[in-house]
Design a protein around this ligand. Structure first.
Ligand SMILES: [Fe+2]
Ligand SMILES: [Fe+2]
Length: 345
């Protein structure tokens, strides 16, 4: 029978007979990580239900793994999730070089034809105001400027991945995409007031802050009933349910995935702490994405079940030097941005 180590996620095949010969729980060392795997004899199929708990082993078809073992399992299957394309990293490099030109950035983007089509589609959307008039990336970079072109590149690279249906989170196709657009724009608008040099990074961080949901969704579905009863009984946030049931939440997972995608560290930090920036000790970018997330949810461009009971950090407004009226203004702009960016030309 197959077993899976709950510590490192490694799978093994062991003989059922070895387990049945003992009436008690058996402890075996994992050949990979050497930690103890506790194995109950009933799990070998002696007629009763599978019984595994805490740090005991998981048999195939029994309770799903959690914690570190689940993370390792997820990382193994990450090949199914397209990473952020190389073109974004290359473009970031070009942009950080003061000697680079419009043509250099355009050349990098043009190396991926699929991306070019999407960049031009976005550039011609009503929000960017070039309806139908931009036909090449170089033209777009001259008319819009390199900063906006980079923004379009971010959008083009994430629209497909963020557009999916996420049943576990009660998100229809396109819902997460609209929420991500709202948080990207909100983050950018807040950064423009607080620290304009953070504008581009704020946009990128806001756009992919919830990418962890795409990865976690099938595991939430697997334990949907458990999540539903957690929400019913505890009246706590969905994030707490993720932590309680899976052992980690979508923000933690997203930050580890983004690290593997070699996304810059300060963006990874903002993604990691977007629900609660307290541990960052007043990191501006983290507070920006956190407040933009809240603004998007308050504007009605929420993120499904995750938007319920959203707690805004008590110092977020003062730290970002925003008044209530500023936030309302930002919320209005966010709604307009999402509407216009998603309109087809
Ligand atoms: Fe989130
Ligand atoms: Fe969010």
């Amino acid at each position: 029978m197959k077993i899976c180590c709950p510590h490192c996620g490694k799978e093994y095949t062991i003989k059922r007979e070895a387990l049945r010969s003992s009436p008690d729980t058996v402890s075996i060392p994992c050949p990979n990580c050497q930690k103890k795997i506790l194995l109950h004899p009933l799990a070998a199929g002696s007629g009763g239900p599978d019984r595994t708990s805490g740090h005991s082993m998981q048999t195939k078809g029994t309770a799903p793994v959690t914690g570190e073992a689940l993370k390792q399992k997820i990382f193994k299957t990450l090949k199914d999730l397209p990473p952020m394309p190389q073109v974004v990293q290359k473009a970031r490099k070009v942009l950080s070089d003061p000697k680079s030109s419009f043509s250099d950035l355009a050349k990098v983007i043009e190396s991926d034809q699929g991306i070019v089509t999407r960049v031009l589609k976005m550039a011609n959307s009503p929000y960017y105001g070039l309806s139908g008039s931009v036909s090449s990336v170089k033209h777009a970079s001259i008319v819009l400027g390199t900063k906006t072109l980079m923004e379009l590149l971010d959008l083009a690279c994430s629209s497909e991945i963020l557009g999916q249906t996420l049943e576990g989170y009660d998100l229809a196709a396109g819902d997460l995409w609209m929420h991500s657009l709202a948080v990207a724009n909100g983050s950018q608008l807040i950064a423009r007031r607080v620290n304009p040099s953070l504008e581009l990074d704020a946009f990128s961080a806001g756009l992919i802050h919830d990418v962890g949901k795409i990865i976690l969704d099938p595991y939430i579905m697997e334990r949907k009933a458990e999540f539903q009863s957690f929400a019913r009984e505890r009246r706590d946030t969905f994030l707490s349910a993720e932590k309680g049931i899976l052992g980690f939440d979508h923000a933690e997972l997203a930050s580890e995935v983004c690290e593997r995608w070699q996304i810059p560290r300060h963006i990874v930090t903002a993604i990691r702490y977007h629900h609660d920036p307290e541990p960052t000790e007043k990191d501006t970018l983290s507070f920006i994405v956190h407040l933009a997330d809240a603004a998007a949810i308050m504007s009605g461009i929420g993120a499904g079940i995750d938007g319920m009971l959203y707690a805004i950090h008590k110092d977020a407004m003062s730290l970002l030097r925003l008044k209530e009226d500023d936030l309302f203004d930002i919320m209005g702009q966010i709604v307009c941005y999402v509407e216009k960016t998603t309109q087809q030309v």
